[in-house]
Design a binder for this molecule. Structure first.
Ligand SMILES: Nc1ncnc2c1ncn2[C@@H]1O[C@H](COP(=O)(O)OP(=O)(O)OP(=O)(O)O)[C@@H](O)[C@H]1O
Length: 586
C-alpha cells in the first residue's frame, strides 16, 4: 500500500518535470535526438524544453524563467546545434563563431562546454570551445584563430579577446545566449556586456543575419530589464507569471499560460516581487542558532548527516573565501571532544568525510580539480562561496546548508537549487540567528516557505560521557546545552593551540564581519551589523577572544552604538526573548 502511494507520488513528480512528447516532435534533427536518447539517456524533454525549444528554433528572441534543475542548458543548446547543422553548405571553422553562450563563472563555462561536446558527437564539423578568466590567453587566441563555431565564455575574457584578438572572427554570429543573465549583471559585468553588444552589433542586425538572443535564469528580476531591453527584440517570455511582467496586455490560456508575449512595445519589464519557482520535492528547513553556538551546531549537523548515511553529498555555503578556508582546515583536522572518554574516538575526525572547498580566490587549476572531484565523488562535503550557487549541476547532492545567509532571495533560490534537481528529492537547511528571523518573512514574499529543524532533538541524541543528553537534565537555552558547551570548549582549545588555525580564524572573522555589513537595501534592516555581539561572532570562529577588526576606535564606536541600541531594544525584546527561551526548553 505504502509502495503504491510512493509509486503514484513519483509518477506525479515525473509528470510535473517531463513533457508527454518526445524530442523529435519539437522539430530537432533526428541525429541530435538519437544522441540525446541513446548516449545521454534523455528519453523525453522537460516541460520547459518542450515549451522553449520550438520557439528558439523559430528564431524568436526568448526570455526563459524556469526552476533550477529543469534542464535550461539543453533548452538552448539543442536548438543552437539544430540551427547550425542546418546551414548549407556546412559551416567551416574558418568562418569563425556562429553562436555565443555567456555565463557568469568558470565552472559553469566548463559545464556548458562539456554538455556541448557530448551533444555535438554526431556533428563533427561544428566546433565547440570556451574562453574564460584564469585560462592561458595565448592558447585561447590560438583556438580562436583556428575557429570555434559555438563559443562558451565569461564576459570579461570575451571582451578582452574581442578587443585584442584580431583573428577572432565573429562576423557570422547569429545567436547570443545569456545563461544566468541576472547573475552576470550582479557580478558587475553590466558594462562589459554593453560593450560586448556594442562590438558585436545591435540586436536587430549584426551583419546580413538577423541576430537571435536568448536570456535564461531561474530568477529573472528587474536587474535583467536593461539587458533584455538592449539585447532582445520583441521577445517571447516563457515561464514568467503575469505578475512578474509589466505591462501585461493579454489574457492567456492553456500553453499560452506559460508564454506571454509583450506585443505593445517589445519592451521587457520584469518585476522583483513575484514568487520564485522552487522544486516541489525540495524539503526546506531553517534552524535558529544564537551566534556563539553556530560553529558547534554546524559541526553537529554535519556529524549527524555523515554518520547517518554511508554516502552523502552536501554543500555548505559561506559568505567569504576566508570563511571557506577556515572551516575547511578546521573540519579536516578537528578530532572531537577533548574531554571525551574514548581514545579511539579522539583519534577519529569529528566529521568523517571527504572534504572539498571552492571559492574565487583559489587558483584556477584547483577550482577545476574541486569541480571535477565533487562531480564524480559519491560521498563528499563541499564548502563553498556563492561561486557554486549558480547553474552547477553536481549529481546526487542530498543537502544544501546555508550556514551564512544568502542575502537576496534570488541567491537563496539558486543555492538550494543545487539539490532536488530534475525531480529528485533534496533537503536544505538555512542557519539564522534569532536576530535574523525576519529573513523568513522576506523569503515568504517570494513564495518560499521553510519549516523549523528540530535542533534540540539532534543535540540530545549525542552521547556525552557515554550518556544520552535527555537522560542528563532538562535545560532552557541552546547555548547552555551540555553538548554544545563541551564541543565549543574543545573547538576553542583546538584553535588556541594551533597557530595556523588561529590565523585562519582571525582572517575569517574579519572578512565575515565585513561581508555582514555589506548586505544591501532592505536586507540591512534584517542583517544589522550593529546588533551583532562581536564576542559571540568570535566564538563562532572558535576564538576565545575577539580579534581587532580595523582599529580600536572603530571597534569602540561599534560597542558604544550597540550598547545604546541594545538599551532601547531591551524593553521591547525582553518579553519576546523570555517566551523564546521557554519554548526552546519545552
Ligand atoms: N530531457 C532531459 N532528460 C533527462 N535529463 C535531463 C534532460 N534535460 C536536462 N537533463 C539533465 O538535468 C540536469 C539539470 O539540467 P541543467 O543543469 O540544464 O538545469 P538548469 O535548469 O539549467 O538548472 P540551474 O537553474 O540550476 O542552472 C542535468 O544533469 C542535465 O543533464
Amino acid at each position: 500500500m505504502v509502495d503504491e502511494k510512493e509509486k503514484k507520488k513519483n509518477e506525479n513528480d515525473v509528470s510535473e518535470i517531463f513533457a508527454s512528447c518526445d524530442f523529435s516532435s519539437l522539430g530537432l534533427h533526428p541525429a541530435l535526438c538519437d544522441q540525446m536518447r541513446d548516449r545521454m539517456g534523455y528519453e523525453a524533454p522537460t516541460i520547459i524544453q518542450s515549451q522553449a525549444i520550438p520557439l528558439i528554433l523559430s528564431g524568436k528572441h526568448v526570455l526563459v524563467n524556469a526552476a533550477t534543475g529543469t534542464g535550461k542548458t539543453l533548452t538552448y543548446l539543442a536548438p543552437l546545434i539544430h540551427q547550425l547543422q542546418n546551414i548549407q553548405p556546412r559551416i567551416q571553422r574558418s568562418s569563425g563563431t556562429f553562436a555565443l553562450v555567456l555565463v557568469p563563472t568558470h565552472e559553469l563555462c566548463m559545464q556548458v562546454y562539456e554538455t556541448l561536446q557530448r551533444l555535438l558527437h554526431r556533428f563533427h564539423w561544428i566546433v565547440p570551445g570556451y574562453i574564460m578568466g584564469g585560462e592561458n590567453r595565448s592558447k585561447e587566441k590560438a583556438r580562436l584563430r583556428k575557429g570555434i563555431s559555438i563559443l562558451v565564455a565569461t564576459p570579461g575574457r570575451l571582451l578582452d579577446h574581442l578587443k585584442h584578438t584580431e583573428s577572432f572572427v565573429h562576423t557570422n554570429l547569429r545567436s547570443i545566449i545569456f545563461d544566468e543573465a541576472d547573475r552576470i549583471l550582479e557580478l558587475g559585468f553590466g558594462k562589459e556586456i554593453e560593450e560586448i553588444i556594442d562590438i558585436l552589433g545591435s540586436r536587430h542586425k549584426a551583419s546580413e543575419f538577423v541576430r537571435q538572443n536568448v536570456l535564461l535564469s531561474a530568477t529573472l528580476n528587474d536587474k535583467v530589464n536593461h539587458l533584455a531591453n538592449i539585447s532582445l527584440d520583441n521577445p517571447v517570455m516563457i515561464g514568467l507569471d503575469d505578475n512578474k511582467i509589466k505591462p501585461s496586455t493579454k489574457q492567456v490560456t492553456s500553453l499560452e499560460s506559460a508564454i506571454e508575449r509583450l506585443e505593445n512595445s517589445g519592451k521587457v519589464a520584469v518585476t522583483t516581487d513575484g514568487e520564485y519557482k522552487l522544486p516541489a520535492q525540495l524539503n526546506q528547513r531553517y534552524v535558529k542558532v544564537p551566534c556563539g553556538s553556530r560553529l558547534a551546531v554546524l559541526l553537529s549537523v554535519l556529524k549527524n548527516l555523515f554518520t547517518g548515511e554511508a554516502s552523502q553529498k552536501i554543500v555548505v555555503f559561506f559568505s567569504t573565501c576566508d570563511a571557506v578556508d577556515f572551516h575547511h582546515a578546521l573540519i579536516s583536522q578537528f578530532h572531537g571532544l577533548s574531554n571525551s572518554k574514548s581514545e579511539t574516538e579522539t583519534r577519529e575526525l569529528f566529521v568523517k568525510c571527504n572534504i572539498l572547498r571552492l571559492h574565487g580566490n583559489m587558483k584556477h587549476e584547483d577550482r577545476v580539480k574541486t569541480f571535477n572531484a565533487f562531480k564524480t565523488e559519491k560521498s563528499a562535503l563541499l564548502l563553498s562561496t556563492d561561486v557554486s550557487a549558480r547553474g552547477l549541476d553536481f549529481p546526487k547532492v542530498k543537502c544544501i546548508i546555508q550556514y551564512d545567509s544568502p542575502g537576496e532571495a534570488t541567491e537563496y533560490v539558486h543555492r538550494v537549487g543545487r539539490t532536488a534537481r530534475l525531480g529528485e528529492k533534496g533537503d536544505s537547511l538555512l542557519f539564522l540567528q534569532p536576530i535574523e528571523v525576519d529573513y523568513l518573512e522576506e523569503l515568504k514574499k517570494h513564495g518560499v516557505m521553510l519549516t523549523e529543524y528540530p535542533l534540540l532533538k539532534l543535540l540530545d541524541s549525542f552521547p556525552l560521557y557515554g550518556v544520552k543528553q535527555h537522560h542528563v537534565k532538562k535545560f532552557v537555552s541552546l547555548e547552555m546545552h551540555p553538548w554544545v558547551l563541551s564541543l565549543q570548549k574543545s573547538l576553542e582549545s583546538f584553535i588556541f593551540t594551533e597557530a595556523k588555525m588561529k590565523k585562519l580564524a582571525h582572517n575569517a572573522f574579519c572578512s565575515w564581519v565585513r561581508a555582514y555589513s555589506a548586505h544591501r537595501g532592505e536586507l540591512k534592516s534584517i542583517f544589522m551589523v550593529k546588533k551583532l555581539h562581536l564576542g559571540h561572532v568570535a566564538k563562532s570562529f572558535a576564538l576565545k577572544e575577539q580579534p581587532s577588526l580595523v582599529g580600536r576606535s572603530v571597534q569602540k564606536k561599534h560597542t558604544e552604538k550597540r550598547k545604546r541600541d541594545q538599551k532601547t531594544l531591551k524593553v521591547k525584546e525582553g518579553l519576546k526573548k523570555k517566551r523564546m527561551m521557554i519554548n526552546e526548553g519545552d
